[in-house]
Ligand binder design. Structure first.
Ligand code: PLP
Length: 373
């Protein structure tokens, strides 16, 4: 038997969250055409697994990711719709694979245009030319954009590229709408009158009324939500539940020990937590080698036998300790929810260790057994 820890992936929650997003976009469009949705599933579906993501997002208009091998795997799993590589390809040898599996690519730099011009492409590739509208990560500068787009159009005329669209990415859609507005203005100015579909809006922009609907488009518009589809929030101050989203991953484990720590004694490495009174402490079969963050502080929420309690002391490699005072009846074998259904949200846990839910979901270790609902 494996040790008592489990990541349960609820594919119906993935499908539900996608429907919530589609519904919001339809409401936001007020009768106009609603954007198409690329379900973003980089990092093996934000740690949920490719199989689960492909099943859960069966109704998505397209899938977007980073890794070419993952894209190919999605095809092998039966996904026949559009696939977009958000960073595009990295070497000339990738181009044959893109063509073979009908995978669309972002084009964000001159080197990629050069590889396309020099490569042998057997079937036209669909592409989105990326603008750097202020995030300064990937993309052509606004004053380079038209020239880059013209080169893409020339490749289109040669049959190397198929559809050529435009895309950009927002730096602060989660916390500063004014910055997003400025990036959108930059995007509209740089891409004005250029043909092709448009792709903007991560989860935060997709969930903010007015952004997706405020993009001027002459052809199809594609939004790119990721984290919200997994039931976590892109915002620090708004919960996923407040958007009607359901957690798709539940990380659970069991107590493997329960005992009383005398008043004044400390728990775990570094003795960072000292029992203020004689208290019952449980030991959970989950540690940082499972992907639970080591920097989670004493007080991080955790649920034991359906009761919310707290982490005490430092997280070890394979174990962590919890305060059993609120659940005196819990003993060895009691069910523990680290995050997800029946426990704290992954966003709450992340907030207790100075990170975001994204990082925790992606970091669940391969050694954790998985079950797909
Ligand atoms: C990750 C990513 C997204 C999705 O972001 P979320 O915040 O998870 O919604 C969209 N577009 C690009 C280019 C990305 O890298």
């Amino acid at each position: 038997m494996p040790r008592p820890i489990l990541a349960t992936i609820d594919t119906e929650a993935l499908a539900h969250n996608l429907r919530q997003v589609v519904q919001r976009l339809a409401n936001d469009a007020r009768g106009g055409p609603a954007p198409f949705v690329w379900a973003v599933m980089k990092a093996r579906g934000y740690g949920h697994g490719l199989e689960a993501a492909v099943r859960g997002f069966a109704q998505a208009d397209g899938l977007a990711m980073i890794d070419l091998d993952e894209a190919v795997r999605c095809r092998e799993l039966g996904w026949t719709g559009p696939i977009l590589l958000l960073e595009g390809f990295f070497q000339p040898a990738d181009l044959a694979v893109l063509a073979q599996y009908r995978i669309a690519t972002a084009i964000h730099c001159d080197e990629q245009l050069r590889m396309l011009a020099q490569g042998e492409v057997r079937a036209p590739l669909d592409a989105f030319v990326k603008l750097n509208s202020g995030m300064h990560r990937l993309g052509f500068q606004p004053d380079e954009y038209r020239a880059a787009f013209a080169r893409a159009q020339a490749l289109q005329a040669q049959g190397v590229l198929g559809t050529v669209g435009k895309m950009t990415h927002f730096a602060r859609a989660d916390d500063d709408p004014a910055v997003t507005r400025a990036q959108l203005d930059c995007f509209e100015q740089a891409t004005q009158d250029l043909p092709g579909p448009v792709s903007v809006c991560n989860s935060a922009a997709t969930l903010t009324p007015g952004f997706a609907a405020g993009v001027r488009v002459s052809e199809a518009q594609w939004v790119r939500p990721g984290i919200c589809l997994y039931g976590a929030s892109p915002f620090a101050s708004q919960t996923a539940a407040s958007f009607g989203l359901r957690p798709a991953m539940t990380l659970s484990a069991q107590l493997i020990s329960a005992h009383t720590v005398p008043a004044g004694e400390a728990v775990g490495y570094g003795q960072t937590f000292r029992a203020p009174h004689a208290m019952r402490v449980g030991v959970v079969a989950c540690g940082y080698a499972d992907g639970y963050p080591r920097h989670a502080v004493s007080g991080t929420p955790i649920s034991v036998a359906g009761v919310r309690t707290r982490l005490v002391g430092r997280v070890s490699m394979d174990m962590l300790a919890v305060d059993l005072d609120p659940v005196p009846q819990a003993g060895v074998g009691a069910e523990v929810v680290l995050w997800g259904q029946g426990g704290p949200s992954v966003d709450e846990v992340a907030a207790s260790c100075g990170t975001i839910g994204y990082e925790l979901l992606c970091a669940v270790a391969p050694r954790v057994p998985r079950r797909e609902l």
